[in-house]
Design a protein around this ligand. Structure first.
Ligand code: ASP
Ligand code: MG
Length: 442
């Protein structure tokens, strides 16, 4: 069995769902369990409808719902499967009217309304699969994903969910494609919950781990992870394999492909997770595994963080007195300003922040015992790779590649899987280009 998850853009229209069906058909021998997101931006729209309903804009809410219904029915008709979701829209209209009377959108009501996106998309996809000659059965995720009652951010109860998943899914998947909605679950009492925004990846991973799938495929609209942030350096190569730790590091630096925490249940059970492009299914994507095989380059990918502000603090005494760093961090902490990178010498501390909201106040306080200078328009370049610690000479190659660039700060994280550098924003493109050439084209 494999789990195949298709995100909002992969099921945004009749044409997109048609592509999904062919992707699934080509893999029937692997007994797919398909997890789908809501179509396109449906979840956002449902949430907007909910808040309009409770803030005295009942007609506006009902009009948006009518438009949403028309859209889904038109796409379903385009697939030849109309009428499957009429009842859902009828229930939704009742819910919206009820919310308008209540005048309050509780977390529980938020989950009730936002769950419809996946409930509807999964019914349409299952119906279309059958129409297209793919044997398919719809399973309501709320009957197999058991969660606690923390609405809008529910936490799965793994023993309960695994027992249900194991009992329900494999017997069905042996003969048919199982289709489920992502994002949603229910408490033990049967109250609908959601796993938090973007939760469908999490569903795929919970399902995959629960049934012991051989692979979890996250189908999205990019070819996988790339060797460079495409917004800074287009033309990077696809990362074929990376470890979970590397994926987590890259995600922290803004690689938007996947939130690694959402695939943790799969990684913990050693189930490989593959990121694939539903518009280019022939591309092999990026495989994320607990432990990745060594790569030729010590670097897996170069990530970047723009709009970074550099703060340099120089102790006014000759040497930093003890308690100096604690004093500085206490101030950043009090103003709820996270520090990203840090480098210290005997008399100075340099650090970076990306949230500058409270920086003026922070400066005023630090200036009582040290000199502070603030420079904005910087960027962090982060080279990620577990082999950094195994292949000697990597740092030397970094500096050779950057010999014409003024590197303002360097840190090799304690995790030993990244080297981070701070450069001026105006040098960012040039820095990434030469690092990429050094590590991927040499
Ligand atoms: N539809 C949900 C959302 O937009 C879940 C998902 O797409 O992963 O947040
Ligand atoms: Mg998503």
């Amino acid at each position: 069995m494999i789990v195949m998850k298709f995100g909002g853009t992969s099921v945004e229209s009749a044409a997109a769902i048609g592509r999904v069906a062919e992707i699934v058909r080509a893999r029937l021998d692997r007994h797919p369990v398909v997890v789908v997101s809501a179509m396109g931006k449906t979840t956002n729209k449902l949430l907007a409808i909910g808040s309009a309903a409770v803030s005295g804009r009942r007609e506006e809410a009902l009009e948006s719902l009518t438009a949403m219904r028309a859209f889904h029915l038109a796409e379903a008709a385009g697939l030849g499967v109309n009428a499957e979701v009429e009842a859902h829209f009828h229930e939704l209209a009742e819910l919206v009217k009820g919310l308008a009377v209540m005048g309050e959108l509780t977390p529980r009501a938020t989950d009730a309304i936002s769950s419809y996106g996946e409930r509807i998309s999964s019914v349409i996809v299952a119906a279309y699969f059958r129409h297209a000659g793919i044997p398919a059965v719809h399973v309501d995720s709320r009957s197999v994903i058991v969660t606690d009652g923390r609405h809008m951010q529910a936490v799965p109860l793994f023993p309960e969910s695994n027992a249900k998943l194991e009992a329900v899914i494999p017997p069905l998947a042996r003969k048919q494609v199982v289709v489920m909605g992502g994002f949603i679950g229910a408490t033990e009492e049967g109250v609908t919950t959601t796993l938090g925004r973007g939760g469908s990846d999490y569903t795929a991973s919970i399902v995959g781990a629960g049934i012991g799938a051989e692979e979890i495929q996250i189908w999205t609209d990019v070819d996988g992870m790339l060797t460079a942030d495409p917004t800074i350096l287009p033309g990077g190569y696809r990362v074929e394999t990376c470890s979970f730790a590397e994926a987590a590091e890259l995600a922290y630096f803004g690689a938007k492909v996947l939130h690694p925490a959402t695939v943790l249940p799969a990684i913990e059970k050693n189930i490989p997770v593959r990121i694939l492009n539903s518009r280019r299914p022939e591309v092999e994507g990026t495989l994320i595994v607990a432990e990745a095989p060594p790569s030729r380059s010590p670097i897996r990918s170069i990530a970047c963080k723009k709009n970074i502000t550099l703060v340099n603090i120089v102790s006014t005494r000759m040497l930093m007195a003890h308690g100096f760093l604690r004093r500085i961090f206490e101030i950043f902490d009090r103003f709820e300003t996270p520090v990203d990178m840090l480098a210290t010498s005997e008399v100075s501390v340099s650090l970076t922040v990306d949230n500058t909201r409270a920086l003026g106040a922070i400066r005023d306080e630090i200036q009582e015992f040290a000199e502070v200078s603030i420079e904005d328009h910087h960027a962090i370049v982060c080279l990620v790779g577990e082999n950094i610690r195994k292949i000697p000479g990597t740092v030397a190659r970094v500096f050779t590649a950057l010999k014409d660039i003024n590197v303002r700060m360097v840190s090799q994280g304690a995790s030993l899987l990244n080297i981070s550098l701070v450069v001026a924003a105006s040098d960012l493109h040039r820095a990434v280009e030469s690092l990429h050439r050094e590590f991927f084209d040499a």
